[in-house]
Design a protein around this ligand. Structure first.
Ligand SMILES: Nc1ncnc2c1ncn2[C@@H]1O[C@H](COP(=O)(O)OP(=O)(O)O)[C@@H](O)[C@H]1O
Ligand SMILES: [Mg+2]
Length: 376
């Protein structure tokens, strides 16, 4: 494994590769009393894959993660790691490393002892002192914290503390790494630096499967091989970032992954749709038969100024200057349409007429209400 070349102190002949693991949720449900907070959850994370669990607060992301870790017990279904059913196993026997939002370091222990803690805590697997020291050095090296081994957590910044928490998770050489909003306690600038760090770390550990919980679409789009979109205890969508962005299958995904115009339309024949009396050419959806109500998803940055294949005439209601773009809000027959326009010489005036267009391939038809109201 490539990490062996970048780490020091592996006297025992280099870093043993983690067994390729992968995670599988097999129809997992979790309930607190009457309250089902994870509902028939089915998801497979391939060995070495980074899967983001993306959803609003309270949608069940942490619960799903804790079900893998073994801290909550499903009322139905199974959790498999590396093909093995671990549903009945205690957390320390699952071969997972976990990092949570608030670092959770022991304040009275030095960095190196914090990192060693996970190793010592694993009952029945007592590593020798030399082995422990080598693993701690390796984990601190990987996270860029080797120079801080003797410090206490209070002597570290938030970002450094989170690196130590990651080192602690890696020290056990987990096959599966669980990260629960690991960057949310950091300020914006630190966060983007840590995002790049996490991406590098995963390149160094290509066999480790990662489940990354976040409510931040930028983190999910940046880091994940695939994104699982959650809402109200359910999996709503799953795909590569590009897939979900370009071809969302539900309104929920369209609005949660990136910005979207969601226009109420009536599906027409042959890749057409009627919006406010205008016939548009669109990318058709399954389940939107001619005559049916549907929603048209168009990304604001794919809306252009002037005439085009699909032309809308409206009136400017608001303009926000955003440096590289102008975000223009237009009223088109009573509906709000957003356009992120580049390289405008002059800022459109409030109340002025505006003509906008978009290409058929950038206009994705969705069955109305898909994914947002199906269980209410
Ligand atoms: N220990 C608990 N007891 C009762 N309800 C809980 C418990 N943990 C979480 N919940 C509830 O489960 C739902 C999902 O929570 P959680 O998985 O933490 O969501 P997320 O991580 O997406 O914000 C929430 O409604 C939350 O209030
Ligand atoms: Mg959570």
């Amino acid at each position: 494994m490539s990490a062996a070349t970048t780490t020091a102190g592996t006297a025992a002949g280099g870093r043993a590769p983690a067994a390729p693991s992968g995670i599988r949720f097999d129809n997992v449900s979790v309930a607190y009393g009457e309250n089902v907070v994870l509902d028939s959850f089915d998801l497979t994370v391939e060995p070495g894959e980074v899967m983001a669990l993306l959803g609003p607060s309270g949608s069940g992301k942490t619960t799903a993660l804790r079900a893998v870790a073994g801290f909550v017990r499903p009322c139905a279904g199974r959790v498999l790691i590396g093909g093995r059913d671990v549903t009945g196993l205690p957390p320390h026997r699952r071969g997972i490393g976990m990092v949570v939002q608030q670092y959770a370091l022991f304040p009275h222990l030095r960095v190196e002892d914090n990192v060693a803690f996970g190793l010592k805590a694993r009952r029945g697997r007592t590593a020798s002192r030399a082995e422990t020291a080598a693993r701690v050095a390796e984990a601190l090296e990987m996270t860029g914290m080797a120079a801080y081994a003797r410090r206490h957590p209070r002597e570290l910044s938030g970002g450094q503390q989170q690196r130590v928490a990651i080192a602690r998770a890696l020290a056990i050489r987990p096959g599966v790494l669980l990260l629960d909003e690991p960057l949310s306690a950091l300020d914006t600038r630190l966060r983007s630096g840590m995002l790049a760090e996490l991406a590098r770390l995963h390149r160094d550990l290509p066999d480790v499967s990662v489940l990354y919980v976040t409510h931040d679409q930028v983190e999910a789009l940046t880091l994940a091989d695939r994104i699982a979109v959650m809402d109200r205890a359910r999996l709503r969508d799953c795909g590569t970032p590009q897939d979900l962005y370009r071809r969302p299958r539900t309104e929920f995904t369209a609005s949660f992954v990136g910005n979207a115009n969601l226009l109420p339309v009536t599906a027409g024949p042959d890749g057409t749709a009627d919006f406010a009396g205008t016939r548009l050419t669109v990318t058709p959806a399954e389940g939107a038969a001619p005559g049916a109500s549907a929603t048209l998803c168009v990304r604001p940055h794919l809306v252009g100024l002037g005439d085009g294949p699909n032309t809308l005439h409206g009136r400017v209601t608001e303009v926000q200057w955003r440096g590289a773009t102008h975000r223009v809000y237009a009223d088109v027959a009573g509906h709000r349409v957003m356009a992120d326009l580049r390289e405008l010489r002059t800022t459109p005036e409030h109340g002025s007429d505006i003509t906008l267009h978009f290409a058929a391939e950038d206009a994705v038809l969705l069955p109305a209400g898909a994914g947002s109201t199906d269980d209410e």
